[in-house]
Write a protein that binds this ligand. Structure first.
Ligand SMILES: [Fe+2]
Ligand SMILES: [Fe+2]
Length: 262
């Protein structure tokens, strides 16, 4: 079995960042011992070097290999230079036990909106033109609108073209963050899994800080949502060959849940 933890949007430096949450998640990740931890951006709040350094102090305590891409907050104040300097390349490809994982920076300096951009499509196609048991693409912004996130302005600006590139490249799973609301969509044969904020109270509606754990074995993929300090559920379970969903979370739509809580 391959286990990949997906954390996102820690927002170190934000007044809403909660060190206790991050410390707890580090303990839980080290207990889980996944083959890799993917962090889909917004490590910092303003892209300042000291915020990056504070994030690194947390990230270095995670024992599994950690794969990181920047978010829009990390690209503020020319923070992408600190990302490259302290964390690594903003675009990368890696293989984890037969799983090909490609990460790409969708941020634009000082903008909340993002894109991958047509110049990068040939590179993306090339990275996925290999035999792999599972193909995963990670970016910060949404690829498909996520319910319960308010006015839609969070999908990458080239979402249509990018969706086509990814689906025709045989990508199985897309991981993203940004609006701090966990959700899973299926489009054709591809699953798009969004993670919440792992360690901040920058929350929309009644969502809670959380992270995802992806388990892959044979033909089956499961995605679990976990809440720091306990609790969680399975938000997707599907088979790769048929694309069939074995499980669809049976809770009411996000808006109805919000109304029920009022
Ligand atoms: Fe964020
Ligand atoms: Fe973001």
């Amino acid at each position: 079995m391959v286990t990949i933890a997906h954390i996102s949007d820690p927002h170190v430096g934000s007044p809403y960042f909660v060190p206790n949450l991050m410390n707890r998640v580090i303990v839980e990740l080290n207990e889980l011992g996944p083959d890799a931890v993917i962090c889909t951006g917004d490590l910092t709040n303003e892209g300042y070097r000291q915020e990056y350094k504070n994030w690194m102090a947390y990230a270095e305590r995670i024992e599994s290999p950690i794969l990181t891409i920047p978010g829009n907050h990390d690209a503020r104040n020319v923070g992408y230079l600190h990302f490259e300097d302290l964390i690594g390349p903003r675009h990368w490809t890696t293989d984890v036990k037969g799983v090909r994982i490609v990460g790409a920076d969708s941020s634009e300096p000082d903008l909340n909106e993002g894109q991958i951009g047509r110049e990068r499509y040939p590179w993306l196609r090339e990275q996925f033109a290999v035999e792999a048991d599972l193909k995963v693409f990670a970016l910060h912004h949404h690829l498909i609108p996520v319910p319960g996130t308010g006015r839609e302005r969070s999908t990458v600006m080239d979402a249509g073209d990018l969706l086509e590139v990814l689906i025709t490249s045989g990508v199985n799973i897309v991981l993203s963050g940004h609006k701090h609301v966990p959700y899973v969509w299926r489009l054709e044969t591809m699953y798009v899994a969004n993670a919440g904020t792992v360690s901040s109270l920058r929350l929309r509606g009644y969502t809670k800080p959380c992270y995802n754990v992806l388990e892959f074995e044979g033909d089956e993929v499961k995605i679990h949502r976990r809440f720091p300090f306990g609790g969680g559920d399975t938000i997707a379970h599907f088979s790769l060959s048929s694309g069939a969903q074995h499980h669809r979370k049976s809770e009411p739509p996000v808006q109805e849940r919000a109304l029920a809580s009022e």
